[in-house]
Design a protein around this ligand. Structure first.
Ligand code: ASP
Length: 372
């Protein structure tokens, strides 16, 4: 299955649907057939199930192993595994890729380890403004929020925008008001506070006293992004993508990054792939990263590994754009390219191979029956 082309998978799904319809007609018709009833429609081919796949990230950046304790690393790996489990259980049960993406992202939003939900970075003024977006690849339906302050799960707010409003992107107080009107859990802004992010803010404030125009990369060489995201393929062949973030430390003036922008930080189209990004948002916006990767798959017939490599290494890196992406395609292939020293990430591909990794040289995917 893993080497199957997108066209082959589409063909197989169409054949499966045709056979299901045919058998439904046969068994509901009044014609008496000389067969002993077989209640279930035959599988599309040899009883094989359609592929499912999931990939997640918890941010890319300078992740220095010498500054990481074994306990801390175990906490990161544990949380990434938990997010994979939450999303994959939904896919295995035949659920929608959108639900799997949201379940995985919510696990990471609720962890103080990542820059999304609890653990979101601070603005210059010392509060939190959260962004999130998601997209579904069969309908190209999409929803996003930017700069929300009181909604516990920004990714759920993005879903509400997609499903319950005529819009794609809501921002600021209006987005908070809308999310509340949809009954989403409301929290005080201090709900997102963590001491580690507060320290990061103080460090950046200190540096900026010296050079206010300095870019974040310059003022904090050990900058870590920490945005979270997920991409998934479900058994119906639909791929979805979602991203959630607190943005970048000490952002001000209502700064909005790539994460809530469809095309820059998130994109999904069943004709190509689903992408969630993490990195220096200003670059990801200008290079329209997620949509560009999907366009290369769709128009140049590249596989996702090559399309991702081209955008992350050939386009972004020479321009100074740091970060990475996770990508899944409708055959269940997964790619996770990044041009930083690390990216918190995990995946379960169409063959069931699970991988959780942090550094660039972490071991490759393990066999499906080998525990992580
Ligand atoms: N891309 C996010 C932003 O620029 C930051 C991140 O990935 O952590 O807001």
């Amino acid at each position: 299955m893993s080497n199957m082309s997108i066209d082959a998978v589409k063909h197989r799904r169409a054949f499966g649907r045709f056979m299901t319809l045919l058998w439904a007609l046969v068994f509901t018709s009044s014609v008496t057939l000389p067969v002993v009833a077989a209640p279930d429609a035959p599988a599309a081919d040899d009883g094989d199930e359609m592929p499912i796949a999931l990939a997640i990230h918890g941010g890319a950046g300078t992740i220095d192993p010498s500054r990481m304790t074994p306990e801390r690393e175990a906490r990161y790996r544990g949380k990434l595994n938990e997010a994979l489990d939450a999303g994959y259980a939904i896919l295995e049960a035949g659920g929608a890729s959108l639900d799997a993406v949201i379940a995985a992202v919510e696990v990471l939003e609720n962890s103080p380890l990542f820059n999304a939900g609890v653990g979101a970075v601070y603005t210059w003024e010392g509060s939190h403004e959260l962004d999130a977006s998601l997209m579904v690849g069969d309908s190209l339906a999409a929803g996003a929020v930017a700069g929300v302050k009181t909604i516990a799960s920004p990714i759920r707010a993005a879903r509400a925008v997609m499903e319950q409003s005529p819009h794609v992107l809501l921002s600021g107080d209006g987005a908070d008001t809308f999310a509340r009107s949809q009954g989403l859990v409301r929290v005080p802004n201090s709900h997102f506070d963590t001491p580690a992010r507060r320290e990061a803010l103080e460090r950046v404030r200190e540096e900026r006293k010296v050079d206010h125009s300095a870019s974040l990369d310059a003022v904090e060489p050990n900058w870590r992004f920490g945005t979270v995201g997920a991409v998934a393929l479900d058994r119906s062949g639909t791929i979805s993508a979602g991203t959630s973030t607190g943005g970048m430390t000490a952002k001000r003036w209502g700064r909005i990054g790539d994460s809530p922008l469809i095309g820059a930080g998130t994109y999904a189209d069943n004709r190509s792939c689903a992408v969630s990004a993490t990195g220096h948002g200003e670059y990801f916006i200008r290079f329209n990263v997620a949509a560009d990767i999907c366009a290369r798959v769709r128009y140049l017939n590249l596989d996702i590994a090559e399309a991702g490599r081209q955008v992350i290494f050939d386009e972004l890196k020479p321009a100074g754009g740091t970060g990475g992406v996770i990508i899944v395609d409708p055959t269940g292939q997964v790619a996770m390219p990044f041009n930083t020293s690390g990216m918190y990430r995990g995946s379960i591909d169409a063959s069931g191979n699970r991988r959780v990794a942090i550094y660039a040289d972490d071991p490759p995917a393990e066999a499906a029956d080998t525990p992580e």
